[in-house]
Design a protein around this ligand. Structure first.
Ligand code: SF4
Length: 242
């Protein structure tokens, strides 16, 4: 009988640690405010491009007040090449206005506070809390982590916050921060969106490859679904839905 996600996660964690022992965030930053801004900019944009933009941006804008008081059109121009720049500029400016007025210009190290800021959902908050503050508040679920978790049969969910809840049940809390970084590296190296390199992947022998083209298993029949539901009943940990 095929191993369930509880057994499989142990092997997944072993492979990730062996393959990517030093995986860390690929966004450049020197303080929590810079990481918050970089993470907002990284939506629908590559980390490489964000790093190009923030090289100059972080020299020009040193404090939350700098972002809060700049004319919107000027900030839009400064971040234009990251895409969706009107929305991002509005969110960054409003977010920084609140940081300046309510938090003395600091980024609060709290999930409850962070998710009230414009443009900040659980993913962004988890990145900032985990990477800038070392607080394991949850598992970062970006497009890589979502895709690989589904293919590995660790979740049958599609919504990132529900995927995160499944992963929080499976992955020990002291692994939440490195797990996110390592899964992203794994997604870039092996488990790419269009053509996963399964034959070279070190998880090939135990990965059920749910939803991968050419695989006959149906994602809906993943053995994670029943365990996942059992886990949901047995676990009282609550995650904020935003
Ligand atoms: S075996 Fe294929 S589907 Fe499974 S994790 Fe590796 S690359 Fe992704």
């Amino acid at each position: 009988m095929a191993a369930g996600p509880t057994q499989r996660i142990r092997r997944v964690l072993e492979v990730l640690e062996k393959e990517f022992p030093d995986a860390s965030c690929s966004l450049n930053f020197t303080n929590p405010l810079e990481l918050l801004v970089a993470t907002i900019l990284s939506a629908q944009c590559t980390d490489e491009r964000v790093n190009q933009v923030t090289k100059d941006l972080f020299k020009k804008y040193r404090t939350a007040r700098d972002y809060a008081t700049v004319p919107l059109t000027e900030l839009e121009k400064d971040i234009q090449s990251t895409g969706f720049y009107r929305n991002k500029a509005r969110n960054i400016r409003e977010c920084c206005r609140i940081l300046d007025e309510k938090y003395g210009g600091k980024v609060p190290p709290s999930m409850d506070d962070l998710v009230t800021l414009p443009g900040v959902g659980r993913k962004t908050a988890n990145v900032v809390l985990g990477t800038a503050y070392g607080i394991p508040s949850g598992v970062v679920v970006d497009t890589h982590v979502a895709r690989i978790s589904q293919r590995l049969g660790l979740t049958t969910e599609k919504d990132p916050e529900k995927i995160e809840q499944d992963l929080m049940r499976l992955v020990p809390q002291d692994q939440w921060i490195p797990f996110g970084h390592r899964m992203i590296k794994h997604g870039r190296k092996y488990c790419t969106a269009k053509k996963p390199r399964c034959s070279e992947c070190p998880m090939n022998s135990f990965c059920p490859k749910m939803g991968v083209e050419g695989n006959t298993k149906s994602p809906g029949k993943t053995d994670s679904s029943s365990e996942s539901k059992r886990g949901k009943r047995a676990t009282s940990r609550s995650c904020r839905e935003s």
